[in-house]
Design a protein around this ligand. Structure first.
Ligand SMILES: Cc1cc2nc3c(=O)[nH]c(=O)nc-3n(C[C@H](O)[C@H](O)[C@H](O)COP(=O)(O)OP(=O)(O)OC[C@H]3O[C@@H](n4cnc5c(N)ncnc54)[C@H](O)[C@@H]3O)c2cc1C
Length: 414
């Protein structure tokens, strides 16, 4: 019988397994791609703001850094381009280095290759059954199986919005993009793309001379299909005079945004499975790296406490993940997300342009994970005070929807 059984070997599962074993717990990780022969290999391209990686002690685990980032929102009413040169370093995560560092802290962890299908609970622990019929027992089960959790049930309504994107690595002899800037958002309008949600080009000029380009729909409900994004990517590259052919397979991104946080009194969640994706950006890595030691400590304390039970450890874990202030923050972010979903492309571009005119600590705080709910309210109210009347109306309309009610509840402390 293990103390903790982690389902999933993505960044969340490995980070939590490392943190739990640091407390001397007997930990097992079960996943179809469990790293039985060495550090895990993760497929997506992960990026983050450099300061957020520094803050969680993984600032060195990057393989490329851009000293700043650029955001473009097309011309204003007078035809002046709305371009923001953001003085904040952005980085691509060195997945092998990060995975290797976390894996090295998993010395005593047992790795099991397989997929979990079901669970049964008793007073002393839980027994999971794998798809091959075998079973594993642990005091505590943690579902870190990503956007489609293995055991946790995601509330069906409201349906989450989806961030979708199609990415390619282009071998360009001459690139129109500056090598020292991450292209965070190029929302410059394209003829014909104002039909449906606005999308933007995300550009990472790579050190080897190639360029990673990704046409991204930040959030839509239902999500924007790959075919639409691919067509837009081709048109956008053509408009920049860039050949869009790539030898490598396209990257397809689909990330649920917002939605309710799952809850289960006997199974703890972690990572994407636990609703930890940032509802405004779709990012997760800095959050799981910061949260893993905190959750592990609470779980270890609860398991070791006199009268400690698995159910108490699960409750302590959920509380560490979603304390009251964080639940309030989530309601605020969901309000922002609903407002965004209601905007047409012209309004979206204007909104983000005003967003990046905020003082850097405000816009960067909103995009990161570091603000309290009170600070987040200040950012949102400051932005509301700055935007023109038409945009104020779009934002206010969101207040009358379901998310507005959630916001009101969060304001009064629910
Ligand atoms: C293409 C893409 C790009 C992204 N880019 C970024 C980025 O740049 N920055 C950022 O911060 N975030 C990014 N994200 C968001 C987020 O960081 C990732 O989705 C991240 O991989 C989620 O980590 P996770 O460990 O929670 O889940 P996952 O990485 O999805 O890992 C899930 C694990 O669970 C296992 N599993 C699945 N089913 C079962 C089962 N039944 N039993 C046991 N194990 C199971 C899987 O095999 C896997 O090991 C991106 C997401 C995608 C899809």
């Amino acid at each position: 019988m293990f103390d903790a059984l982690v389902l999933g070997a993505g960044p969340a599962g490995i980070a939590l397994a490392a943190a739990l074993s640091a407390h001397g717990l007997r930990v097992a990780v079960v996943a179809p791609d469990a790293p039985v022969d060495g550090p895990p290999v993760w497929r997506p391209t992960y990026c983050a703001w450099q300061d957020e990686l520094d803050a969680v002690g993984h600032g060195a685990h990057t393989d490329q850094r851009w000293p700043g980032a650029v955001a473009r929102f097309g011309p204003d009413a007078a035809g002046v381009p709305r371009v923001h040169d953001l003085d904040r370093a952005y980085a691509r995560v060195d997945k092998a280095a990060l995975a290797g560092a976390l894996y090295a802290r998993c010395g005593g962890v047992t790795w099991v290759a397989g997929a979990v299908g079901s669970v049964a609970h008793s007073i002393t622990g839980s027994t999971v059954t794998l798809h091959d019929g075998s079973t594993l027992e642990a005091a505590l089960v943690i579902d870190a199986a990503g956007h489609r959790p293995a055991l946790l049930k995601l509330p069906a309504t409201p349906a989450p919005a989806l961030q979708t994107a199609v990415g390619r690595v282009l071998p360009l002899a001459r690139s129109p993009w500056p090598a020292d800037r991450a292209g965070l958002m190029d929302f410059d309008p394209l003829p014909g793309d104002d039909d449906g949600p606005a999308t933007f080009l995300y550009v990472l000029p790579l050190a080897d001379g190639r360029v990673f380009v990704e046409e991204t729909c930040l959030a839509a409900r239902p999500g924007m299909p790959a075919a639409v994004l691919t067509a837009r990517l081709d048109r956008r590259l053509a408009a920049r005079g860039v050949p869009g052919m790539s030898d490598e397979p396209e990257e397809w991104v689909s990330i649920p945004m917002g939605g309710e946080v799952p809850h289960d009194p006997r199974v703890l969640g972690f990572g994407a499975a636990a609703g930890m994706i940032h509802p405004a950006t779709g990012y997760l890595l800095p959050r799981v790296l910061a949260a893993a030691p905190v959750v592990a400590e609470q779980v270890a304390l609860a398991l070791g406490a006199r009268g400690g039970t698995p159910a108490r450890a699960v409750a302590a874990g959920w509380e560490a993940l979603w304390p009251r202030d964080r639940r309030q923050r989530r309601a605020l972010y969901r309000f922002g997300l609903e407002a965004l979903l209601a905007m047409d492309p012209v309004t979206t571009r204007a909104f983000f342009h005003h967003f990046f005119t905020l003082p850097p600590p405000l816009w960067s705080g909103y995009l990161s994970d570091g603000l309290t709910a009170a600070e987040l309210r200040v950012v949102m109210l400051t932005l509301f005070g700055r935007v023109p009347f038409g945009l104020k109306w779009s934002l206010a309309r969101a207040g009358f929807g379901a998310e507005g009610v959630a916001l009101a509840r969060s304001m009064v402390g629910g």
